[in-house]
Design a protein. Structure first.
Length: 167
């Protein structure tokens, strides 16, 4: 039996391992599991993230979390982010028992990753309209669905950083 840290590390892959990614997705599908996909920076994992990811998993299926690499986060959020490096962020996400796989991607959006795995269910927070979510066309055109999940009010990495800066 593998130790806990090895089990966590085994759940973390990079998009460039596309054959390996396709293999694990195929295995999940062969077990009749729906592929649920979401993504984000997850810079400081907080209550809002945990509840959001729980709700995504509760839809039912194999939960894949696309995680922006450090370079990708800098492109999106600016030179002072991320606050935690990609390995740290990936290990925290992979340690959550309800997250089945964490895949790092280098681009600003996960469209290449979505096109690779073609999830059955694409999930984002309800701060987006479904048709505005990156990957909407890919998922819907392949018979999948796009869902939004209510976010927990008052919880965001930015609000945590702002609060810390006031201390």
């Amino acid at each position: 039996m593998k130790d806990n840290l090895t089990q966590i590390i085994d759940k973390i892959w990079h998009y460039s391992d596309y054959q390996r990614v396709q293999d694990v997705i195929s295995q999940a599908r062969s077990r009749n599991e729906k592929i649920i996909f979401t993504n984000g920076c997850f810079d400081i994992v907080h209550r809002g993230h945990v509840e959001y990811l729980c709700k995504a998993k509760d839809i039912g299926g194999f939960l894949v979390v696309g995680l922006n690499t450090d370079a990708s986060v800098r492109k999106i959020k600016g030179p002072n982010r991320p606050l935690q490096d990609e390995v740290s962020r990936a290990k925290v996400l992979a340690s959550l028992f309800f997250v089945d796989l964490v895949i790092l991607f280098d681009e600003e959006t996960p469209i290449k990753l979505i096109d690779l795995i073609i999830p059955d269910i694409l999930v984002k927070g309800n701060d987006y309209k479904p048709e505005e979510i990156v990957g909407y066309d890919t998922v819907v055109n392949n018979g999948g669905v796009v869902k939004t999940i209510p976010l927990v009010e008052g919880y965001s990495t930015t609000s945590i950083v702002n609060k810390m800066n006031k201390i």
